[in-house]
Design a protein around this ligand. Structure first.
Ligand code: FMN
Length: 186
């Protein structure tokens, strides 16, 4: 698959088939994540692959509530990958403070997309979830205090008939300038 084809194919999948994900595929996804770049190569992450039914159910339940139910679909994902993040190298911490940038958040975004693209290439569906009860998830997964939960990614085979959506994105000319901000190509 050409890269842009893969990028277009990846979409948030919110309905999964009741089918296990092969361990080999999970390993490949983790390998794609491991190779992701990060500020100062800090790799400020740890990936918890949640497959155990009971633990997974508890984690899934920590991504939605009665009031905000939009992540309810997580209950039916056969795998949840919880990305926890920790402090980066001292140099990155210092740089981040000086420049007022949360570099680990950039890193988590990149590593998440590596996972999702790799999963897509393997015929799997994913959805990144940034909405969750951090305290609950940390407790359920016994995450040490020096880590915070950065992302939860659902993973599984898309449900039968799950359709490829047409991407809703801003137009190129809205998001690109040439040489100076908002200067457009004539
Ligand atoms: C940082 C981040 C957090 C997100 N959190 C959620 C979430 O909590 N629940 C959800 O259903 N989708 C979530 N998404 C998915 C976005 O809604 C989705 O990527 C976007 O609408 C574009 O659609 P697409 O992924 O199908 O191309 C998140 C995506 C990102 C990058």
């Amino acid at each position: 698959m050409k890269f842009l084809e893969l990028v277009n194919k990846r979409q948030s999948v919110r309905k999964y088939a009741p089918k296990e994900v092969e361990q080999e595929k999970i390993d490949t996804i983790i390998e794609a994540a491991r190779m992701a770049p990060s500020a100062s190569n800090s790799q400020p992450w740890h990936f918890i692959v949640v497959q155990d039914h009971k633990i997974r159910e508890k984690v899934a339940k920590s991504t939605y509530s009665k009031l905000i139910p939009f992540n309810k679909f997580a209950k039916n994902a056969p795998v949840l990958i919880v990305i926890v993040m920790t402090n980066p190298k001292i140099i990155t911490q210092l740089g981040g403070r000086i420049k007022k940038k949360e570099y680990p958040l950039y890193d988590i975004g990149i590593v998440s997309e590596h996972m999702c693209l790799q999963a897509t290439e393997l015929g799997l569906g994913t959805c990144m979830m940034g909405w969750f009860d951090e305290k609950n998830i940390s407790k359920i997964l016994r995450v040490p205090a020096k880590f915070t939960v950065g992302m939860v990614i659902s993973l599984g085979y898309p449900a039968e008939g799950y359709r490829q959506r047409i991407k809703s994105r801003k137009k190129t000319k809205e998001i690109v300038s040439i040489n100076l901000f908002n200067r457009k190509r004539s």
